[in-house]
Design a protein around this ligand. Structure first.
Ligand code: UDX
Length: 437
């Protein structure tokens, strides 16, 4: 089967490369000529473990093609996936102008039956809009279907998530469209992946509801962590015991500086916006968003409670990306925390294993260092913001020797409080009620 993927960002490229790995012939389209030129040579514009090998292998096998012209993907493909960006507008709702533009162009090249599939996270009701945009722009009478097939890819483990998903959601009305999409995902039958087949609106909502629920779990445990700090309880034991209840489950109950990234902040806002448009209250999602914003600023307060005034204090930050194994800085807690610390006059020196170059574009006046030990040199405090593996096993004695003052803010609860205290650190974490020596 031949398919086309329009939009070679994160979702589009992972989807295209993974389908090619399944044996499908894939044409990936992006209007950015430089990006396409690099991709043809197997150069990936972002960091995602395993993706480069996958792209290179499938280019070699001639199953993965790249082009800047939508036309190149339309004529040969039975299914066309739309994976262009849907950035948030000022009010939090998703901007669909790229989707609309792409649909109109797809339509002008359509001369036989196609399934047009949304992969990007789009507001409920977009499927209907797509149908309209395409119908109006068709040059001749051609039959087509619109389907929704939301992605659930985590940055940093996107290939594994694609190859071994918890479920595949297909929203479509016609049996033909459903059959084509099921056929595309046939390799997953072997591993008995559950398929949820439903209408387009339900599929669109599943994505927002899933991400908002996960975000809610995080905000919930972050609030419980703050309470643990106040009452002398240990949030990890609370989370573990909660998670043993099968109705709750153990995942996404890890406290920290709040969620970031390209999905949770955007999707929770968009869901809230959608609910407002329909005059439905989503109080829990509303509270989740507010709690998340609060959590970031509480981290700054935590640091200030020990170090204030911050003027001329040297703060060493470990980890900048919103989570490990990605260079993505979108809505990264580190960016917020660093900006706040610098506003109050702190001198920030930072290191990230992968995201430093990207951070240079976002954060001015930060002193970027080559490793954790350079970050520690002469610091009045270390703040561990992103739990990269290389920060899990630091030579803590070396860190201790390098710092000016042994204040250690572990915003991901990587280290054992007792051991840190034994080593002589003033150790602060999230929800484990140890505030200082
Ligand atoms: C998420 C969803 O998991 C994925 O299904 C969706 O399609 C895209 O959004 P991603 O944003 O890549 O994926 O990262 P994820 O691993 O889900 O983490 C999101 C944020 O939550 C990160 O900032 C992470 O640090 C934070 N988080 C996660 C916590 O603070 N605590 C947890 O227990 C889990």
């Amino acid at each position: 089967m031949h398919i086309g993927i329009i939009g070679t960002g994160y979702v589009g490229l992972v989807t295209g490369a993974c389908f090619a790995e399944f044996g499908v012939y894939v044409t990936c389209i992006d209007r950015d000529e430089r990006k396409i030129k690099s991709l043809k040579r197997g150069i990936i514009p972002f960091y995602e473990p395993g993706l480069e090998e996958l792209v290179k292998r499938n280019i070699e096998k001639e199953r993965l093609l790249f082009s800047t012209k939508i036309k190149d993907a339309v004529s040969t493909s039975l299914a066309i996936f739309i994976a262009v960006g849907t950035p948030p507008r000022g009010d939090g709702s998703a901007d669909l102008s790229y989707v609309e533009e792409v649909c109109k162009e797809i339509a002008t090249h359509m001369d036989s039956y196609k399934v047009i599939v949304t992969k990007s996270t789009v507001p409920v009701g977009t499927g209907k809009k797509i149908k309209n945009w395409i119908s109006k722009s068709l040059k001749k009478k051609v039959d087509f279907d619109v389907a929704s097939n939301p992605e659930f890819l985590r940055e940093g483990s996107a290939i594994e998530d694609f190859m071994r998903p918890d479920r595949v959601v297909i929203g479509a009305e016609s049996p033909q469209a459903i059959a084509i999409l099921k056929d595309l995902y046939r390799p997953l039958y072997l591993i008995e992946t559950p398929f949820v087949i439903t209408n387009v609106e339900t599929a669109e909502l599943i994505k927002y509801a899933s991400n908002s629920f996960l975000a809610t779990k995080i905000s919930f445990i972050n609030e419980i962590a703050n309470l643990c700090d106040a009452v002398g309880a240990d949030v990890h034991v609370v989370a573990k015991a909660m998670g043993l209840d099968k109705r709750i489950g153990p995942k996404f109950l890890h406290p920290g500086p709040g969620y970031g990234g390209s999905c949770f902040p955007k999707d929770t806002m968009a869901l809230l916006q959608l609910a407002r448009q329909h005059k439905v209250e989503l109080n829990i999602v509303d509270a989740t968003i507010r709690t998340n914003q609060k959590q970031r600023s509480l981290m700054v307060e935590k640091i200030k409670s020990r170090l204030a005034p911050l003027k001329d204090k040297v703060i060493g930050v470990l980890g900048l990306s919103f989570k490990p194994n990605t260079n993505d800085l979108r809505e990264a807690p580190a960016v917020y925390i660093i900006s706040r610390l610098m506003e109050e006059g702190a001198v920030v020196q930072a290191y990230d294993p992968v995201a430093t170059d990207d951070a240079k574009r976002v954060l001015n006046n930060v002193k970027f260092k080559k490793n954790a030990y350079e970050v520690a040199r002469n610091a009045h405090a270390i703040v561990l913001v992103t739990e990269w593996n290389e920060f899990r096993n630091l030579d803590l004695k070396r860190i201790k020797k390098a710092v000016k003052e042994p204040n250690f803010f572990d915003l991901r609860n990587v280290y054992d409080p007792e051991r840190m205290q034994e080593l002589g650190f003033n150790y602060y974490s999230v929800g484990r009620s140890i505030k200082s020596q």
